[in-house]
Design a protein around this ligand. Structure first.
Ligand SMILES: Nc1ncnc2c1ncn2[C@@H]1O[C@H](COP(=O)(O)OP(=O)(O)OP(=O)(O)O)[C@@H](O)[C@H]1O
Ligand SMILES: [Mg+2]
Length: 358
C-alpha cells in the first residue's frame, strides 16, 4: 500500500492551452500553462484581472463554457485507488466535459469554490439541505444522515449554532457566513484538492482574515491541497506555500513563496510585490501601479507578452523572442530574457514580507 506524502504532486498541468474561438476571433485565454499542485500544500495563482486564472481553474474541472475549449496540454491527477495502492494518473484534459468520469471527480476528488459564491448557492433551498445534497451526490447515505453531516460541517467551518443555521436560506446569512457555507459544501466529500477562486475578494478585511485562517486550519486537519486564486500579493503572503504568477495566459514565474518573495526574478512579479502596502510607509501614500494595461488576449504582443509594460524592456530582444521557461533553482522557474541558464542575473533585493515572517 502506498500513501503519497505531503509535497508529492497531486495535479500536474502541462502545456495547457484553453482558447475561446468564434467566427471573428480567437481569445488565447490560457496559452501554455505549466503548474504543479502538491499534496497538503497551498499553491497561490496570482495575476491581474483577465490573465487567465479562472479559466485555468475551470479547465482543471472541465468546466470551461463554450466557445471555450482545451485545445492542447494535459492535466494529470495522481490519485491513489480506494485501497491506497498507486494507479496511473488520469488526464483530466482528455476526459469528456459531460462524461461520468469527470462528474465523479468533481466534488469528490477536486472541489471548487467559485468566484461568484452566490451563483453556486440556490436562493430557494435551505443551506443544510444544499450541503446534504452535495453529500448525497457522491455517497449512498440517507437524508437523515446527510442532515447530521451537514450540521457537523457547518460547525466545522465555524458557523455558530449550526443546527439552527442549517435551516436558514442564503439571503438570511451574511456574506462571510455564505462563504463558510460554500466551504462546507466544498468539503462535503473530503476532496484531495480544493480550488478557491478569489474566495475572499468580496469580504471585508476582518472576515477575509477569518476565512483564510479557516482554510489553513482545515488544511492542517485534512491534509488537502489548495489552489488559491487571487490578484493580491498580500493574500499570497498569508496563504501560499508555492506561488505561480500569471500574465496574459502564461505562468511567468513560479516557485516556493519565500524564494519568490525574497528574490523575485520577473519584472512583473517585482511590480506586483511593489504594490503591497508596507508597514511604516506614510499613510495616504499612493502605491506604485504597473504602467499600462493588460493587452487584449486576442492581440498578444510579439516576443515577451509583458514587454510593452516592462521597466526593463530590451528593444530588439524582448519584442522579438518569446522567453522560454528557465529553471533558476530547484522547483523555481521564470520566463524572462534577463534570465538564461548561463547568464542569470543577480537576485533583486527583498521587497516584501512573506508568510513565514509575519
Ligand atoms: N466566455 C468567454 N468568452 C470569451 N473570452 C473569455 C470568456 N471567458 C473568459 N474569457 C477571456 O479569457 C481571459 C481570461 O479570463 P479569466 O476569467 O480566466 O481571467 P482572471 O484571471 O480570472 O481575471 P479576474 O481576476 O478578473 O477574475 C480574459 O481575457 C477573458 O476575457
Ligand atoms: Mg477570475
Amino acid at each position: 500500500m502506498t500513501v503519497p506524502s505531503t509535497g508529492a504532486p497531486l495535479v500536474e498541468v502541462k502545456g495547457l492551452r484553453t482558447h475561446f474561438t468564434t467566427d471573428e476571433t480567437t481569445v488565447q485565454a490560457v496559452d501554455g500553462v505549466d503548474l504543479t499542485i502538491r499534496r497538503g500544500r497551498t499553491l497561490c495563482v496570482v495575476g491581474e484581472s483577465g490573465c487567465g486564472k479562472s479559466v485555468t481553474a475551470r479547465s482543471i474541472l472541465q468546466l470551461v463554457e463554450p466557445p471555450g475549449r482545451i485545445v492542447d496540454g494535459s492535466i494529470l491527477l495522481h490519485h491513489p485507488a480506494e485501497d491506497g495502492s498507486s494507479q496511473p494518473p488520469v488526464d483530466l484534459a482528455a476526459l469528456s466535459p459531460h462524461g461520468r468520469r469527470i462528474r465523479d471527480i468533481r466534488g469528490k476528488d477536486i472541489a471548487m469554490i467559485f468566484q461568484e459564491p452566490m451563483s453556486s448557492l440556490s436562493l430557494v433551498h435551505r443551506v443544510g439541505s444544499q450541503i446534504g445534497e452535495a453529500l448525497r451526490v457522491h455517497s449512498d447515505i440517507s437524508r437523515k444522515e446527510a442532515r447530521r453531516r451537514a450540521v457537523e460541517l457547518l460547525g466545522t467551518v465555524g458557523i455558530p449554532d449550526p443546527a439552527k443555521r442549517a435551516d436558514a436560506y442564503p439571503f438570511q446569512l451574511s456574506g462571510g457566513m455564505c462563504q463558510r457555507v460554500m466551504i462546507a459544501m466544498a468539503l462535503a466529500c473530503d476532496p484531495a484538492l480544493l480550488i478557491a477562486d478569489e474566495p475572499t475578494t468580496a469580504l471585508d478585511v476582518t472576515t477575509q482574515a477569518q476565512i483564510m485562517d479557516l482554510l489553513r486550519g482545515l488544511q492542517r486537519e485534512t491534509g488537502m491541497a489548495i489552489m488559491f486564486i487571487t490578484h493580491d500579493m498580500g493574500v499570497v503572503a498569508e496563504m501560499a506555500d508555492d506561488v505561480a504568477v500569471m500574465y496574459l495566459g502564461t505562468v511567468v514565474e513560479k516557485g516556493p513563496v519565500d524564494d519568490v518573495f525574497h528574490a523575485p526574478k520577473h519584472p512583473y512579479t517585482r511590480a506586483l510585490l511593489d504594490s503591497i502596502p508596507k508597514i511604516g510607509s506614510a499613510r495616504r501614500q499612493r502605491l506604485p501601479s504597473i504602467r499600462g494595461t493588460v493587452p487584449d488576449p486576442a492581440r498578444r504582443p510579439s516576443g515577451c507578452v509583458f514587454h510593452n509594460r516592462c521597466a526593463e524592456f530590451m528593444p530588439g530582444r524582448c519584442d522579438v523572442t518569446l522567453p522560454p521557461p528557465v529553471a533558476v533553482a530547484p522547483d523555481r522557474e521564470v520566463r524572462c530574457l534577463l534570465h538564461g541558464s548561463t547568464d542569470d542575473q543577480p537576485a533583486a533585493p527583498a521587497t516584501a514580507t512573506s508568510k513565514e515572517q509575519r
